[in-house]
Design a protein around this ligand. Structure first.
Ligand code: SF4
Ligand code: SF4
Length: 370
């Protein structure tokens, strides 16, 4: 595998030189100015954060990126697609409300928010996937495909189905329309271990499909005819009673995410930024954010989203786990924070499949920017 350059700056700030200044220097050193932005529409793919979650990226980071693009002559907009599951981002109206509530407005970021797959999540484009083996075509939100350039601005953290969430997840799953998300999820329909379930019904309010039923013994059961495999109930169950039937389902999900990410960036200029702070164990799609599993690490940037995600995984795994987080509740048998916390999924499949289809390289050179 060729070696890709990944640029990194840590969280330390001298008086008068804040993290936003460091982000500006980082993306410049990483080469964002090599892209010809003049008069180009630039999709900045972001996750606005589910209301109630406090780990999502502050809009201040987005403003630095949008200002840079505007200074280089581009026309940036912040964008995301609607979700499959119940929550505050499953149609464009509530999604825009959520973005504003979390501070994303033209006043704070200097650019507009566009929900890429439209009012009901149906405005998508069928995009061929070069090298795709699980899917031949990805359903991607139209506004993302209409853009000339794609920038991903990602909060790097854990994820209950994929182990970690970074650039590949934000690009792949996040750019999928509701139909696209269904394609990625539908191999992963979970089951409930009734020996573990305590019948609290906590999972039911997270299920948009009314797929969680209760047997006479008051234990939960998932009707796979109704379930769309969104995975929300897995993270919702405090008793850890819900899991995927087999590792192969999460493996397929990880591979499909890589393939959708390939569809989004292929043939267009693209650039990626991962902020590794508030490394919560779960996705920002949750309406809460559990305590970070490691201390804040820094910001990574570069042209190769695979190398960047791998660099972030390595940095998190090299950091000490925080004993007062979920990390402290787990047995540390895998010597890998993500696998210790989410043992039913193997994050490696996302990286290795992305490499296999030519999206990028998991081999990288880390260049520190002060
Ligand atoms: S949240 Fe978990 S323990 Fe509670 S009913 Fe659902 S599956 Fe059972
Ligand atoms: S049962 Fe779980 S995975 Fe299936 S649709 Fe409901 S929340 Fe999603």
């Amino acid at each position: 595998m060729p070696t890709s350059k990944v640029y990194f700056t840590d969280m330390r700030c001298k008086v008068g030189d804040g993290l936003l200044d460091k982000l500006d220097r980082l993306i410049q050193k990483a080469g964002i100015e090599q892209i010809d932005f003049k008069q180009k529409y630039v999709a900045i793919k972001i996750h606005f954060g589910e209301p109630g979650n406090l780990a999502f990226l502050r809009p201040n980071f987005a403003k630095v990126v949008a200002d840079k693009i505007k200074a280089l002559g581009g026309r940036p907009f912040l964008t995301d697609c609607n979700t499959l599951y119940v929550g505050r981002r499953n149609n464009a109206l509530v999604h825009m409300d959520a973005a504003f509530e979390n501070g994303y407005s033209p006043l704070s970021t200097g650019c507009q928010n566009i929900i890429a797959d439209g009012l009901k999540g149906t405005d998508d484009v069928d995009v061929p996937i070069p090298g795709g083996t699980y899917c031949k075509v990805a359903k991607i939100g139209r506004a993302i495909m209409d853009a000339d350039i794609v920038i991903s601005l990602n909060h790097f953290k854990g994820h209950e189905n994929t182990g970690f969430g970074g650039a590949l997840k934000n690009l792949g799953m996040g750019s999928g329309s509701r139909g696209g998300k269904m394609i990625m999820h539908n191999d992963g329909k979970p089951t409930v271990d009734q020996n573990v379930c305590i019948g609290c019904k906590g999972c039911t309010k997270f299920c948009n499909q009314n797929a969680i039923l209760f047997d006479a013994n008051k234990k939960a059961r998932i009707d796979h005819n109704l379930c769309v495999g969104c995975g929300r109930c897995i993270g919702a169950c405090n008793a850890h009673a819900v899991s995927n039937e087999s590792g192969s389902s999460n493996e397929a999900l990880n591979c499909k995410i890589a393939e959708f990410a390939q569809a989004v960036v292929h043939g267009r200029p693209n650039f990626h930024i991962n902020v590794v702070n508030q490394v919560s164990p779960y996705c920002d799609c949750h309406g809460e954010s559990d305590a970070p599993i490691v201390p804040d690490i820094g910001i990574f940037a570069g042209f190769d989203p695979v190398a960047m995600d791998k660099a972030c995984i390595d940095a998190v795994n090299a950091a000490p786990g925080i004993a007062t987080s979920i990390w402290g509740d787990r047995e540390h048998t895998h010597h890998d924070h993500f696998t210790d916390i989410h043992p039913t999924t193997d994050w490696r499949t996302q990286i290795s499949h992305a490499e296999k289809i030519g999206l990028g390289s998991g081999t990288y050179e880390l260049i520190t920017v002060k």
